[in-house]
Design a protein around this ligand. Sequence first.
Ligand code: NAG
Ligand code: NAG
Ligand code: NAG
Length: 374
Amino acid sequence: MEKSKFLTSLVALLLVLPYANATLSIPKAKKHFVLVHRPCHGAWSWYKIVALMRSSGHNVTALDLGASGINPKQALEIPHFSDYLSPLMEFMSSLPAHEKVVLVGHEFGGLAISKAMENFPEKISVAVFVTALMPGLTPNATATLYNELLADTGVLTSLDNRVAYDNGPTNPPTTLSYGPKYLAVKLYDKSPIQDLALATTLVRPIYLYSVKDVSMEIVLSRKRYGSVRRVFIVAADDNLLKKEIQKRMIEKNPPDEVEVIQGSDHMTMMSKPLQLFTTLLVHGGCHGAWSWYKIVALMRYSGHDVTALDLSASVLVGHNFGCFAISKAMESFPEKIVFITALMPGPTLNASTVVYTQAFASTGVVSALDNRVA
Ligand SMILES: *[C@@H]1O[C@H](CO)[C@@H](O)[C@H](O)[C@H]1NC(C)=O
Ligand SMILES: *[C@@H]1O[C@H](CO)[C@@H](O)[C@H](O)[C@H]1NC(C)=O
Ligand SMILES: *[C@@H]1O[C@H](CO)[C@@H](O)[C@H](O)[C@H]1NC(C)=O
């Protein structure tokens, strides 16, 4: 009786804040997330995800590909697709042999992470394609996909986009630059206006890599690329890489998991950062976060933003210690706590110690049934 009451009180429902870095020395399932941007963008496009990842204790690396973000190269200096990808390839090869990362690619960045999966399958625990190109293993898949992207989106001639002809007007165009109108209508249409403003100041031209160059660079095998676990995140309201295009890629080259983020424009990391963050944590294998998966799904279903935090290494310990983390968060951020049902140490002196001791005594958890201590 006492025991079931206690177990009921262990059910801690939801905390919504990315800031509750528990200062208790709980073993954390720390992960390393590596984020790869779409064309003309850079590491900067992930700034919200980087902040959320860091505040929840994970290691995160947002890379600039060639001539992107603050990479010192200019687009015309890197006319080969391999040069564009080289910052990611160098980073992957610099990782210690035993380290596995969660590799995340956005849109065209899907080709970059596919190449990394082929070259470094043993260093990737899961590859996440965020409304991204996912070429797959059929012959000529990359060329087909790249051609479809150019044709379906009409990106080269759309609205106020511009192409340059540095090799003369009779040769193919060399670079593409986005206009502010194109960014507003096709990419950032559901994102905060601040993020659109940021983008208009930071986008850079990209070299227009030939289909031949790209498809020769991205050659994938079942044994290597095919051995890496894949998750596809559908941006349901993407105005550039439309849902139908995303679905087509999923059908042609089915990943292990598909997640859909409703209300996301093309820039999921800008328009739906919390949902993307939570999805990355869950699929990145962050225990603690995944133990909330039912609550997260229900909360999302009822239209709320929800962030499940990665506080601990197991479900039971997560609940036990989670109550202290929540209490700590309540103390630090009283205005940010929405709803909590959990063990509550209370404001009396030594209350945490007493609750902690009682929890062990009343449940006898240390010696109960087939539990083991080492
Ligand atoms: C993050 O990962 C990189 C690459 O393995 C490593 O050099 C760095 O020390 C890590 N940072 C933290 C804070 O763990
Ligand atoms: C590969 O795809 C491209 C573009 O879709 C096409 O032009 C080319 O003929 C294809 N090559 C082969 C060998 O199928
Ligand atoms: C705090 O609580 C623990 C466990 O109940 C007890 O052993 C300890 O003496 C208490 N300390 C103080 C200062 O009350």
